[in-house]
Design a protein around this ligand. Structure first.
Ligand SMILES: Nc1ncnc2c1ncn2[C@@H]1O[C@H](COP(=O)(O)OP(=O)(O)O)[C@@H](O)[C@H]1O
Ligand SMILES: [Mg+2]
Length: 294
């Protein structure tokens, strides 16, 4: 699939907020301590689940090493954010309009350049996103695993943050290490937590409790907010093989139904007060030179 310009009203049954209505676009960075825990699949699934709730969603595929949202969808990104950085394309020309109405901004190396942008580039980015503001409700940023500069950067600029964790002890300790680094070194205190590939609700609550107990003991300022869970379900790897998102291919699966619950919970959340401006805050922070990227 090639890029298609966004239409004024992209979500089914949802009309864009009137221009100047001051609606804020919520920006959520999706991260994990360990790789392979399901970030990309859940980000994509969450995007479809939110779309089914009449929210308009853009995924920023920001995993520079393993960018694969387009692969999960069986489509090919012809241009990336790098083309924007080179000044050759507008953001809308880069965005892929995926089946079902979600939009995807493909990754590229060069995020350090993005964190460095100043002056004209910042104005260009702000102007490009400004056009979009009325057409979006959520931007989900699918980041890399671990605590690399790209992950820190997107967690700093996103007003809301989601950590995906599985029941494996290594996933829990790595999720804790990520939260600890983001809070201790970068002052980020609020995280949604989504246990994935767990057996059932009890298992999910147990994973959340393990993480929140250790955080409660050692990181008293940190607030972890349970968002719901997604069970281990064969429909997910099956859909990966078929390059069709499980949420649309198998809407009746346990994984899809639980993910829809997570989307409902997320949609109903009041973003924390510090998140204020959503996309505007994200954009302002993108251009702030004080961000620590190292
Ligand atoms: N709920 C689930 N049930 C079963 N398999 C899952 C589930 N979530 C993810 N997976 C599998 O885990 C693997 C890693 O998922 P992916 O979304 O690429 O992880 P990440 O982006 O965190 O590296 C994929 O092969 C996917 O099929
Ligand atoms: Mg991934």
């Amino acid at each position: 699939m090639t890029k298609t310009p966004l239409k004024a009203s992209s979500g089914p049954g949802k009309t864009a907020a009137p221009p100047g209505s001051g609606k804020s676009v919520r920006v959520v960075a999706v991260s994990s301590g360990k790789g392979g825990v399901g970030k990309s699949n859940l980000t994509l699934g969450l995007a479809y689940a939110l779309t089914s709730l009449k929210r308009r969603v853009l995924i920023w595929d920001a995993d520079l090493g393993l960018a694969n949202t387009d692969v999960l969808l069986g489509i090919r990104a012809e241009r990336t954010i790098h083309d924007w950085l080179k000044g050759e394309r507008s953001l809308k020309e880069i965005v892929i309009k995926a089946p079902g109405g979600i939009s995807i901004l493909p990754a590229a190396s060069g995020i350090l350049e993005l964190s460095d942008i100043t002056g004209d580039d910042k104005s260009r980015l702000l102007a490009d996103f400004e056009e979009w503001k009325e057409e979006l409700d959520f931007m989900l940023v699918d980041t890399a695993a671990g605590i690399g500069p790209n992950v820190v950067f997107f967690n700093q600029v996103a007003p809301e943050r989601l950590v995906v964790v599985t029941g494996e002890p290594t996933s829990i300790t790595d999720a804790y290490a990520l939260i600890k680094a983001l809070s201790a070194r970068h002052g980020l205190k609020n995280f949604y937590v989504l246990p994935n590939m767990v057996k059932d609700l009890r298992d999910a609550k147990n994973v959340f409790k393990l993480l929140s107990d250790v955080a409660g003991n050692y990181l008293p300022d940190v607030s972890l907010d349970y968002l719901g869970f997604v069970p281990r379900d064969d429909c997910v790897p099956e859909s990966v093989r078929r390059q069709t998102p499980f949420f649309t291919a198998r809407p009746d699966s346990e994984a899809s139904r639980r993910l829809l619950d997570c989307a409902r919970t997320l949609a109903a959340k009041e973003p924390p007060p510090s998140s204020g401006g959503g996309l505007s805050l994200f954009l302002n922070r993108l251009g702030e030179s004080s961000l620590t990227v190292n």
